[in-house]
Design a protein around this ligand. Structure first.
Ligand code: NAD
Length: 362
């Protein structure tokens, strides 16, 4: 299939191939949809097998960013950047400066920052060449650890799901099975423990478990492979993607799934439907984990932590809206979230049809 066919299939506006021989930079930037505002999305660095894999990744991820921005109600569209290379061996400051030059050439249509394989300090270099960078270290004007708002958003998702299931947000005595005790998972465990929840936790790194036991001494620890089978009220995936699949879903003994991991459903349509058929309430991941995105998007407004937390708190109401749509249309919650996004983008596009009288073309 040709590149224009692929772009048409997913609705992309623009794809930019960037090459710089001196630094070895080979990068693709994809801008999916700028209805809501300039595209925003991280920059992933991976030793891709080939160009097709790289292109497919950037098209898929940039489209996902449109949905994530729209559902979180931030004024940005979806974009993404990928760099072909091994993050362990192929990084140089100049490579990121070269990328910065290309981003600058887009004149603010696209903002980028860290993703898998890239770190805030890489973008300190890119920022020497362009202002269209987010997520740099605090000392360079960034907004800091994104896992703080992300964990706050997960807690909002948990409360909204509790409201949906039980008609109240009291988590005391409810059982939560938490997979992954890293930056987000450990903060969620702390909040749940503070609210008197019963915790069953797992991680593949023993030191992460030890740290969490200090926060929540009562938590029960299980082996990573048995977390899916824990009899619980909510399963909280905060580790890896694709954890909800043909193999794991039949094992689940939870009433709801609310976690930060990206792309939890291996197949959005099929596995979203499987969960619905089993009566397991699924909180769409890209809404629940939007706190980090809300934080980086907020940098474009001048970075204000209180504003970030306030906006992230609205995940509670948006998730209840998603649950309502799913019930009304009798569809999986994963599809209800997508429909909410598509309806919202149509509305924003209509609003932007209104001509301002001063700024011509604005
Ligand atoms: P992290 O790397 O700090 O934590 C992930 C944890 O999962 C680690 O402790 C790791 O040891 C553990 N883990 C890995 N494989 C596991 C397995 N099979 N079973 C149990 N535990 C396992 O990452 P994080 O920042 O806490 O993010 C967690 C998830 O949320 C990731 O999927 C990430 O992409 C997603 N997410 C994070 C943010 C953010 O702001 N940090 C934002 C959006 C989405």
């Amino acid at each position: 299939m040709g590149i224009f066919d692929e772009m048409a299939k997913y609705g992309h506006e623009q794809v930019i191939f960037c090459q710089n021989r001196a630094t070895g930079l080979k990068s693709i930037i994809a801008i999916h949809d700028t209805t809501a505002g300039p595209a925003l999305g991280g920059c992933r660095m991976r030793p891709y097998e080939n160009e097709e894999e790289m292109l497919f990744d950037v098209l898929r991820l940039s489209r996902g960013m449109t949905y994530k921005c729209a559902i979180a109600d931030v004024d940005n569209g979806g974009g993404k950047c990928v760099i072909w290379g091994d993050p362990a061996t192929d990084k140089t400051p100049e490579l990121f400066r070269a990328l910065g030059r290309f981003v600058d050439g887009l004149g603010g249509r696209f903002y980028t920052g860290t993703d898998v394989g890239t770190y805030p300090n890489d973008f300190v270099q890119a920022k020497r060449e362009t202002p269209y960078i987010v997520g740099v270290p605090v000392e360079y004007g960034g907004s800091g650890d994104s896992s703080v708002p992300t964990a706050h958003g997960v807690m909002q998702g948990i409360r909204a799901s509790a409201m949906e299931l039980w008609g109240n947000t009291n988590l005391k005595g409810k059982i939560f099975a938490v997979q992954g005790l890293g930056k987000v998972g450990s903060k969620v465990v702390k909040s749940l423990a503070d609210e008197g929840a019963i915790l069953v936790v797992t991680d593949v790194v023993p030191s992460n478990i030890e740290q969490v036991i200090e926060i929540a001494p009562e938590a029960a620890i299980v082996r990573p492979e048995t977390i899916f089978e824990v009899q619980c009220d909510m399963f909280i995936p905060c580790a890896l993607g694709a954890v909800l699949n043909d193999h794991t879903i039949p094992k689940l003994k939870s009433k709801a799934i609310v976690g930060s991991a990206n792309n939890q459903l291996l197949d959005e349509e099929k596995h979203g439907r499987m969960l619905k058929d089993l009566g397991i309430l699924y909180a769409p991941d890209y809404l629940v984990n939007a706190g980090g995105l809300i934080q980086v998007a907020d940098e474009l407004l001048g970075a204000n932590h209180d504003r970030v937390i306030a906006k992230t708190t609205s995940i509670y109401d948006i998730l209840l809206q998603v649950y309502q749509i799913a019930k009304e249309r009798d569809i999986p919650t994963s599809l209800a979230a997508n429909q909410l996004v598509e309806d919202r983008l149509k509305l924003i596009a209509e609003v932007k049809q209104i001509r301002g009288s001063v700024r011509q073309g604005a």
